[in-house]
Design a protein around this ligand. Structure first.
Ligand code: F3S
Length: 696
């Protein structure tokens, strides 16, 4: 878990009354570190400004025996690759680039906090069986081409949706010379095509990487098991779709702006810049991040910096480096890579996400059109510096470095020449070169950032949350809807709060942006509930009517009044309600405000499960046209849940609607509740059900 998403995951875990996690778990402080002037001062400042969050995460880690990586240790995915990833492992991570660990030949899947709590509490975790896209690699990369270019090219082919619901499995002779960290780069950006994860057969480079990172026994175990046919595709494997890429023909790519699937081969990029009127001047270059900060990346980048230095040149725009981990930082410092980069003007930032997640306190180019090049993985608007006008283009670190030295968006490092000027000599770059692993081995650097391995839980540790905190709040277990959960039946009588029209994603239900700072404070973040949803009755955004006080107000405000009056409520929603992310806040907030039923034309699958986990009930209309028959203020009662709780899952379910004029309707509905899920609703949430089982 990373520090932003870990907050609610841990708060939830705390409610289930377990002494420790059911599986090995770790927390990584990386997202909350702000980048401004350089590693040391940035880290110090961010530790002060996020102290309460870090203190909370550290104390809870101690209590439950979770490995806690302090701010400065590095970025979650790099640390996972260096310390935890193992061939054949299944791992969940509360971050969308968790698939990075697929570079080690495993299944690493990005999930929401509620799913992580499933893992940590020993609850079965479910995933709709994904399709498998086979990517066959032939030929060999050479010169400037890197694994980043492969995935940038594939993103152009598949688009941001092409991998949805699929695992990408790479195979073919083109894999033979790929480094484990290069495979991790490819797997990392599988997230950009929507893939569940990406994976590779166990390889020699994985073995070497395991040995280099002091995990010889894991390599040995993988060697043994791979002899029996595991850790590789079955001989007769069939794929739902096969894409073939000849690496010998692949050229470097630059993707963007604003979407990672707008892929342009380097040779066509100048033309694209001119045709689209993109800025011709580069305004900053950033390399590193979880995507591209391996030793190999850094040593190849060094070879470019050395050429620039020999020609008496340096980056002519701000040029920043985020090492992925303390191991990488310390090793590149020892090997002189860092000093070479600094000698051409690089600023080395903290071992953290920084500019990759909008934590870039960029004081120039505010609100101006400008173009930056990064070796990161995402380039949505405002992703890096909060400026909607910053065009972020993605490329390999080698290309970013060479173009930062040229300062131009139309410079092609493979073919163009930088002319001599002043003290600077003419420069035609040679293709970069580097080594997969450091010849003298890795050094750990500052080990105070790292946790003790497999810490024992210390149950008496007080979890540090200040009662006056605006960012963290102890999560009270949700109350069961029933006085005696063992006698669960129909839900209490509800009032319809509103009918939501059209698209309503998890972003509409729980907005991100400035609200992210309240991720660990349920009552504060609930102030954003459904605030961009459209009310079908008046067509307005964030508008609801309070039938008791006869006033119109915002949706969260009306929902809060219901909560204060202890009036259970429900909402009617349209098609695919809750699409988007696995964000559990989108289910927790309505539940906290007193919502008992979400009744829609259709519901997004993951969100539907999240609703059940939080102990309320998702239903869909049997006849979609019934959507219009329930209005705000109508009284709604469930009919049939009693039979489900009694064990007959085929009991017909309907809702009895008493209209405001007194007329009564019976509307048939569908449910997808399993016996286990009914148990969650019975107890008020999945976590309550776990706590009840633990107490029994
Ligand atoms: Fe961090 Fe960016 Fe990776 S936010 S985890 S460096 S994708």
């Amino acid at each position: 878990m990373q520090d932003a998403s870990a907050q609610m995951a841990l708060l939830q875990f705390m409610t289930c009354g377990l002494e420790t996690t059911a599986i090995p778990s770790s927390i990584h402080c990386d997202h909350l570190i702000q980048a401004y002037e350089g590693a040391e001062s940035d880290l110090k400042r961010s530790i002060v400004s996020n102290k309460e969050v870090f203190d909370f995460l550290e104390s809870a880690s101690k209590k439950y025996g979770i490995e806690f990586w302090k701010p400065g240790a590095g970025i979650i995915h790099q640390l996972v690759l260096e310390n935890y990833a193992a061939p054949g492992m299944l791992m969940l991570g509360t971050d969308s680039h968790t698939p990075n660990a697929g570079g080690m030949g495993m299944l690493a899947i990005g999930v929401g906090g509620a799913d992580a709590v499933d893992g940590m509490s020993g609850t079965p975790w479910e995933l709709k069986a994904p399709k498998v896209i086979g990517v066959k690699l032939t030929g060999q990369m050479n010169g400037w081409t890197t694994p980043k270019d492969l995935i940038l090219h594939l993103a152009g082919k598949l688009t941001v949706k092409g991998g949805t619901g699929s695992i990408i499995e790479y195979f073919g002779p083109g894999l033979d010379n790929q480094s484990c960290t290069g495979l991790a780069t490819m797997a990392n950006m599988g997230a950009e095509v929507g893939a569940t994860t990406s994976t590779f057969p166990y390889s020699n480079s994985m073995r070497e990487y395991l040995h280099a990172t002091a995990r010889g026994p894991v390599a040995k175990a993988a060697d043994e098991i791979s002899k029996t046919g595991f850790l590789q595709a079955d001989k007769d494997a069939e794929y739902d779709q096969v894409i073939e890429i000849n690496l010998s023909e692949l050229e470097p790519h630059i993707n963007g702006p604003f979407t990672p699937d707008l892929a342009t081969p380097l040779s066509k990029f100048k033309q694209m810049v001119q045709e689209n009127n993109w800025p011709t001047k580069l305004s900053a270059g950033l390399i590193g991040s979880c995507t591209n900060s391996s030793y190999q990346d850094m040593s190849r980048v060094e070879s470019i910096a050395q050429q620039a230095k020999a020609a008496n040149r340096e980056a002519v725009v701000p040029f920043m480096v985020t090492p992925g981990s303390e191991l990488i930082r310390a090793t590149i410092e020892r090997d002189g890579v860092q000093s070479t980069l600094e000698s051409v003007g690089a600023t080395v930032l903290a071992n953290a996400c920084g500019p990759c997640i909008g934590q870039w306190d960029r004081r120039e180019a505010k609100n101006e059109d400008n173009a930056i090049l990064t070796s990161f993985n995402r380039n949505f608007k405002a992703r890096n510096d909060g400026n909607l006008k910053t065009m972020n283009f993605l490329a390999s670190p080698e290309i970013v470095t060479a173009m930062s030295i040229a300062g131009s968006m139309t410079f092609n490092p493979m073919t163009d020449i930088l002319p001599a000027s002043g003290n600077s000599k003419e420069l035609k770059f040679e293709p970069p070169h580097g080594t997969f692993l450091p010849t003298e081995g890795f050094i750990p650097g500052d080990t105070t950032f790292a946790p003790e391995p497999t810490p024992e839980p210390i149950p008496e540790t007080p979890v540090q949350i200040s009662p006056s905190s605006t960012r963290l709040e102890i999560l009270e277990p949700f109350k069961s809807h029933f006085e005696n959960p063992e006698e669960a039946g129909e839900l209490p009588k509800m009032q319809c709060l509103m009918r939501v029209r059209g698209k309503c994603t998890t972003d509409h239900i729980s907005a991100a942006g400035p609200w992210l700072k309240y991720k660990g404070h349920l009552s504060n973040i609930s102030e954003n509930t459904l605030m961009t949803a459209v009310n079908d009755e008046d067509g307005k955004v964030n508008s609801a009517y309070d039938f008791q006080e006869k006033t119109t107000s915002t949706i969260p405000d009306i929902a809060k009044r219901y909560r204060e009056r202890q009036q259970p409520w429900m909402i009617v929603v349209d098609e695919n309600y809750g699409e988007g992310s696995a964000r559990e806040h989108a289910a927790m907030q309505p539940r906290w405000l007193g919502c008992c039923v979400v009744l829609g034309r259709s519901l997004a699958r993951i969100h539907e499960t999240n609703i059940k986990k939080q102990g309320f009930v998702p239903l869909t209309f049997k006849n979609k046209e019934d959507y219009n028959k329930i209005d705000a203020g109508d009284q709604v009662e469930t009919v049939g849940l009693k039979g489900l709780f009694a064990g007959d899952l085929n009991t017909p379910v309907s809702v009895k609607v008493t209209k405001k004029d007194g007329s009564v309707l019976d509307i048939p509905v569908n449910h997808t509740l399993s016996v286990d899920q009914l148990n969650w609703v019975r107890h008020g949430s999945a976590l309550n059900a776990i706590a009840a089982a633990a107490a029994a």
